[in-house]
Design a binder for this molecule. Structure first.
Ligand code: MIC
Ligand code: SF4
Length: 646
């Protein structure tokens, strides 16, 4: 039987398991990336595993999230990561060089290779034909040490594209259309492959926008073929040698096929507070806009910003709008500046921000109170912008600029003709902000710099046969990691300080949670479906571990978060009958007993001592996951089994 693109890459990297959907597979990982907000913890874990040098083909440490440096904390973490990279054999992308996914696509991504990154938008690399997945920091640390990365073999969804995008309609609208069709849960357990004759009409940056936002569907990853368009992109980056063609076999089998005619799409908008709350721009023309942000790993390529500058040229943004532009990389910024496009952006009244994540993760440029913010980003979860009552709308760069000019959500087609954008045949290459590691001999003599903000990893504990705990928090569906462990300018500097971070755990839902959890000492959290969607941040598991969370019981879990809970030694359990969710109440005293046997049988019984009832839970894990849970998490498991795993 023929294979899909993803299946071909999986087959070439398969270390263990069967390629049947639902079974656990172990993959050899060629490349890893980290960003600084998850990187410090990932490298502390890598050091704890105790391997002298990374064993991947390429590992890169980026600094792009925590660039505000409003105190010593971020600067200390940057120095820590820089010194780790030099000693252990990684490239180090300096602050200011750009957003990890954009820079990785430009300078390192290779079709046919596997990449895991401690960031949920790592699938951006699928735009260039990589099998690129987001993972928790500990999984990345293990992969850096040469260990396999384990995922559940996904189902395959083919999105078959026909036609060509009309003027003013962009790759972002393709992503939003798929979110409209599938919802934020629709990709869970699947890889989304893009095919059909419409693919050849999309450039690599457009493809990368689409694979980037596949994350919002909950997909394991998304991938495009590698074709002549890919070759041209790599050639423009001076890397034609990295090109290999990749396509699915004509008789490849997909579990589901979705057809999208590009020529029928119109500009779309994801309304607050979920990326799948999608409406056509034409229905929102009454919405007055306070703020517009262009950038993020979704829409900050040269092509995107040339479009922005051509729309702004000779015009002024509305007085009532505050607009920011954050280029995705130094390459993008420098080329914008060389061709004069940057001046057109600045002359319009827009503000230029750093080549970094910035407002996307609430690092500055928060909206005014109850403000309406239009962003070319990928997430609009409540509170993520830093302003709790702001309404964030996700849009294409075209809709963003049209709205900045008029002050209302505006269909760009009302502005007249859409001028074509000329992309250069060669990009400007300057890798001087990517520092190389020391040679292995010198590396042995180097030490790592650790600032006072770096606190030890929380205490882990092996699983016990009985867990008695209080139901300290009950939450609803689609809880994001931004709810569990918020980010933003006030908190992000403390990503290497779990005790401090713990004060903010679930603060968006319930400000008293952290105190209450600490007071009871042993906690169970109950959630609805798609619990833990969003970011890959393992802090959303490590902080609960620190606060005494022993199990999370939900209707269903998002993939990376479930893995992070297991890696932290916290049990992710699901209701056999989702209706049982309604029977449990915050404050109930619970008991899970006979857990060792439950791990073997796949079924656990929860006793609600307060209500006097019992509830059946699914407790199905792979042999490896059971061993991790019994050991008290992946770190302890890897330390014990390190040699066997290589
Ligand atoms: C995000 O977009 O939420 C982040 C910040 O990039 C996260 C990583 C993090 O929390 O550090 C992600 O997407 O994984
Ligand atoms: Fe950075 Fe935002 Fe992309 Fe996350 S989604 S990597 S915060 S730009």
């Amino acid at each position: 039987m023929g294979l899909t693109i993803a299946q071909k890459i999986i087959k070439a990297h398969l270390l263990s398991g069967e390629m049947t959907p639902g079974s656990e597979i172990g993959l050899r990982i060629d490349q890893t990336l980290t960003q600084d907000a998850t990187g410090t913890m990932a490298y502390l874990e890598f050091e704890a595993i105790g391997i002298p040098r990374v064993r991947t083909e390429l590992s890169v440490a980026y600094i792009d999230h925590n660039t505000l440096q409003s105190g010593f904390e971020n600067a200390d973490d940057h120095l820590y990561i820089q010194s780790v990279a030099k000693k252990y054999g990684l490239r180090f992308s300096r602050p200011g060089n750009g957003i990890c996914h954009q820079v990785h696509l430009e300078r390192f991504g290779k079709p046919g290779k596997t990449l895991i990154g401690s960031d949920s938008h790592t699938p951006t690399g699928g735009g260039i034909g990589m099998l690129a997945m987001g993972a928790g920091g500990l999984d990345v640390a293990v992969a850096m040490g040469g260990g396999a990365y384990y995922v559940t073999m996904p189902k395959m969804i083919l999105v078959k594209l026909s036609g060509k995008l009309r003027p003013w309609v962009s790759a972002k609208d393709v992503s939003l259309e798929l979110l409209r069709i599938l919802s934020v849960k629709g990709g869970v357990g699947s890889i989304i492959e893009w095919g059909g004759e419409g693919v050849s009409t999309l450039t690599v940056p457009q493809r990368a926008t689409i694979t980037n936002m596949g994350t919002e569907l909950g997909a394991t990853t998304s991938i495009f073929p590698s074709d002549e368009v890919t070759r041209a992109f790599l050639a423009a980056e001076g890397r034609e040698g990295d090109y290999t063609p990749l396509s699915s076999d004509p008789d490849a089998k997909y579990d589901r096929v979705i057809e999208i005619d590009l020529s029928k799409l119109e500009p779309l908008v994801a309304c607050p507070h979920s990326p799948d709350n999608v409406k056509p721009v034409s229905e929102l023309s009454d919405v007055k806009v306070d703020q517009v942000c262009v950038g993020s790993c979704t829409n900050s390529s040269l092509a995107d910003l040339l479009r922005v500058s051509s729309m702004l040229k000779g015009k002024k943004i509305a007085d009532s709008v505050s607009m920011s532009v954050s280029p995705g990389s130094k390459q993008v910024l420098s080329m914008l500046s060389d061709c004069g496009a940057l001046s057109d952006i600045l002359a319009s009244g827009a503000r230029l921000l750093e080549c970094a994540c910035g407002p996307c993760i609430g690092m500055g440029f928060s909206p005014n109170s109850a403000g309406v913010s239009l962003r070319t980003f990928n997430r609009n979860f409540e509170g993520r912008s830093g302003t709790r009552d702001a309404g964030v709308y996700l849009v294409s760069p075209e809709v963003a600029v049209a709205s900045a000019l008029t002050g209302y959500i505006t269909d760009p087609a009302t502005l007249g003709d859409c001028a074509p954008i000329e992309l250069p045949k060669k990009y400007k290459i300057d890798d001087s902000a990517i520092l190389l590691p020391a040679d292995p001999e010198t590396a042995k003599t180097l030490s790592v710099r650790r600032g006072p903000n770096i606190k030890p990893f929380p205490d882990t504990r092996p699983l016990t046969d009985t867990v008695d705990a209080t139901l300290t928090l009950k939450v609803g569906d689609n809880i994001t990691t931004d709810h569990i462990m918020p980010a933003g300018a006030k908190i992000l500097p403390y990503r290497s300080n779990i005790p401090y971070l713990s004060k903010f755990c679930f603060a968006v839902c319930d400000e008293t949670f952290a105190e209450r959890a600490k007071a009871v000492g042993s906690t169970v959290i109950v959630g609805g479906s798609n619990y833990g969607q969003g970011s890959s941040r393992e802090h959303a598991a490590l902080v609960p571990l620190y606060l005494g969370v022993r199990a999370v019981i939900a209707k269903s879990f998002a993939r990376i978060h479930a893995a992070n809970l297991i890696n932290a030694g916290i049990l992710p359990l699901t209701f056999r009958d989702p209706a049982d969710y309604d029977k449990l109440e915050q404050g109930d005293e619970l008991s899970l007993s006979g857990l060792f046997a439950a791990l073997e049988s796949g079924e656990a019984t929860l006793i609600d001592k307060t209500k006097g009832l019992s509830v059946k839970l699914d407790c199905r894990f792979t042999e490896r996951q059971r061993a991790i849970l019994l050991a008290g998490g992946l770190l302890d498991y890897t330390r014990k089994n390190g040699d066997k795993k290589q």
